[in-house]
Structure formats: C-alpha cells, structure tokens
Design a binder for this molecule. Structure first.
Ligand code: PMP
Length: 355
C-alpha cells in the first residue's frame, strides 16, 4: 500500500533526494568510496559544502554581509548559542509555543529576558499582535512556525531591534527579507534534510559584539571563519541538504514552494471546516501552512482513535497530533504532494460518510 508521510520531523523528503543521498553513501561520485568514509576535508567534499552555502544564499536572496554555516547539535543547541553570541544585557522573546519557551529558558542563563507577549493562556492557538518591543533589547527572538501548535508568522515583523528567528519548520517555504534578521537558524529535519545538521545564517557585523568569552564550539565566529569545517561536520546530512536545496531550486524556488504550501493548506483547511467531524485548533489568520492541526468536534470525540486507525489503514503516516494539542497534525513541508493531501481528505470524507 502507498504510504503518505505526514510526520512532523524528521519528515518527508523528495524521493530523488533520498535516492541521490543513498547513492552517495554507496559510491560517492564514482570514487569507489562511501560518502560516510571520506574525509570532510577531501577535495571532492568541499564543493558539496560550497554548493549548499551558495544555494542557501541564492534561494533566500541573502544580502551581502551574511554568512551561512552548517552546525551539529540540533536547533535546541541554537537556543543556547544565540544568547551566548548576541545577548549582552537584555533580549526580547515572543512566546508562541513549546520551542519558543525552550529558547527563552536558555536565554535566561545569559541576561535579562523580556517576554514581549505570549499566547500560552489559550494553548498557543494564535500569534500575539501589537506588542511592545523594548528598544534597548539586543534582539527580538521569534519562532516563525510553531510545529506543535500549528501557527505560523508568514511575514517578517517590523521591529525596532534586530530579529533572530527559529525557522526550523518553515525555512525555504516562503521568501524572507533576511535584511531584517541578525540570525536565522533551523534544524534541517523538516524542510531541508535528514536530521543531524542545522543551517545558521548570521549577519557578520552582529558577531563579536558581546563582552563575554564564548567557548570555541559555541562561537558562531569560529564556524564562519572556518567555513563550517572547524571540526568534522555532519557530511551526509549536509550532502542531503545540498541535494534538497537543488530540488527546491529546480522546482521554482521559495516562491513556488510558498504557492504549493498555500494550495495544500487551503485544500486541507477547507475540508476541516466542511467536515462535520473535525475542527481546526489554530485561529484562522495565524494557522500554519506547514503543520495543519485539527481535532474531532466535541460530539464526535470518542471517534478519535477510530479515525486514526481508519486513516492509517489507508496509508496515512504520522497524523497523530502532539500530546499538547491532541487530535491530528498533518505536516505538509515542501516535499508533501497534492496527492498525499488528497488521500488524507478522502479518508476524512469516507470516515464522515460512516457516521
Ligand atoms: N524549533 C522548532 C520550531 C522545532 O520544531 C524543533 C523540533 N521539532 C526544534 C526547535 C528543536 O529541534 P531539534 O530537535 O533539532 O533540537
């Protein structure tokens, strides 16, 4: 049976990207060696990193004065690397969910943290608006897509202080005005690659500004200066990222990704609203194109486990919602197909017809 992968991360990748990475793991560019057993300093690996950096710059139309590095440690490590490198006295954080809160917790180890707004009291069903950003903050940290709660900021905020964004679950799904940000970071395992690498985009002139000493591996400057090669980088995830970014480019770049994301999300949200069994959890104006969260309407609550089984038997994978929201979550990153979304919608319709 055909499987439709709605996992929240690690998540679906284009088949050709998986195949190219698998091929390189067996025989890297006809060298007779696996990508897994060559030196990261091998002559034929440097072009992979260079190409990946070039594609990030091209796809997001990076202005001059920004660097791109590939780092290990998961996006969770950036929660700590960000304040280490950028928080001198005070930082502002927008609390839009679990990951935003975790980022804030790390920042508190380094200085004063102002929570400019929070939607915690409503289980993060919306993105707060019209909050005041302290003009003396070193930066404002935002989480552009809230993977667990299914809300998204598909716009670049106007802020009196530089923005820093966790874009782990929506990077490369839309054009971004990078000039507004001092730093953008993302764990790769949703829209970019397999797990194991982060993409970090930093504004060069924002580095080296804090007075504290930064441990070598946590200092972004170390990695910028050494082109992601200060230590052994995760070569296979970087290769996979490079291939996936080539796929994004070949398929029309981030503008086309945004168009496709809207198309998929519109289809699914329309069905959620139409179907008597379901309702969406996020406020319509803030709902995510990447993680589409929905629950059973109250009068059908007892059917939740049945629908999960029904959809699973029809090939849906990974649609169980996160425990903090319950219900269902259909993650639709760049690789998600219209066919997959149609299959899920058909399951919803067929299940409705039975009740
Ligand atoms: N930020 C966001 C928005 C996420 O969705 C996740 C992971 N789901 C993280 C951070 C943490 O990423 P990692 O597991 O790579 O540390």
């Amino acid at each position: 049976m055909k499987k439709y992968n709605f996992n929240a991360g690690p998540s679906m990748l284009p088949r050709e990207v998986i195949e190219a990475t698998a091929d390189a793991c067996l025989d890297f560019e006809g060298s007779g060696l696996s990508l897994m057993e060559i030196s990261h300093r091998a002559k034929n690996f440097q072009p992979v990193v260079d190409k990946a950096v070039e594609l990030v710059k091209e796809l997001l139309d990076l202005p001059a004065g920004y660097s791109v590095v590939f780092l290990a440690g998961g996006a969770s490590t950036e929660f700590c690397r960000v304040p280490y490198n950028f928080l001198e006295k005070k930082a502002a954080y927008l609390n839009t969910g679990t990951w935003a809160k975790k980022a804030m917790k790390e920042a508190k180890l380094f200085g004063e943290v102002v929570e400019v707004a929070s939607s915690a009291e409503d289980n993060y069903t919306y993105i707060p608006k019209n909050f005041t950003i302290p003009a003396d903050a070193d930066y404002l940290h935002i989480t552009t897509n809230n993977t667990i709660f299914g809300t998204e900021m598909r716009y670049d905020l106007d802020s009196p202080v530089p923005l820093i964004a966790d874009m782990s679950s929506d990077i490369f799904s839309r054009p971004v005005d990078v000039s507004k940000y001092n730093c953008i970071y993302a764990g790769a395992q949703k829209n970019v690659s397999m797990a194991g690498v982060n993409i970090v985009i930093v504004k060069d002139e924002a580095l080296n500004k804090v007075s504290r000493q930064i441990p070598t591996m946590l200092d972004y400057m170390t990695h910028v200066k050494n082109g992601s090669m200060f230590n052994t980088p995760p070569v296979v995830p970087i290769y996979c990222a490079m291939k996936n970014l080539e796929w994004v480019k070949k398929n029309g770049g981030v503008e086309a990704m945004a168009q496709r994301a809207k198309e998929r999300a519109d289809m699914l949200y329309t069905e959620i609203e139409r179907n008597k069994l379901f309702r969406g959890t996020a406020k319509a104006e803030d709902r995510s194109y990447m993680n589409i969260c929905f629950v059973m309407n109250d009068e059908y609550k007892e059917l939740e486990a049945d629908f999960l089984q029904f959809a699973t038997e029809r090939g849906m994978v990974g649609i169980k919602g996160h425990r903090s929201v319950g219900g269902f979550r259909a993650s639709c990153y760049n690789a998600q197909t219209i066919e997959g979304v149609q299959a899920l919608i058909q399951s919803m319709k067929d299940f409705e017809a039975q009740h």
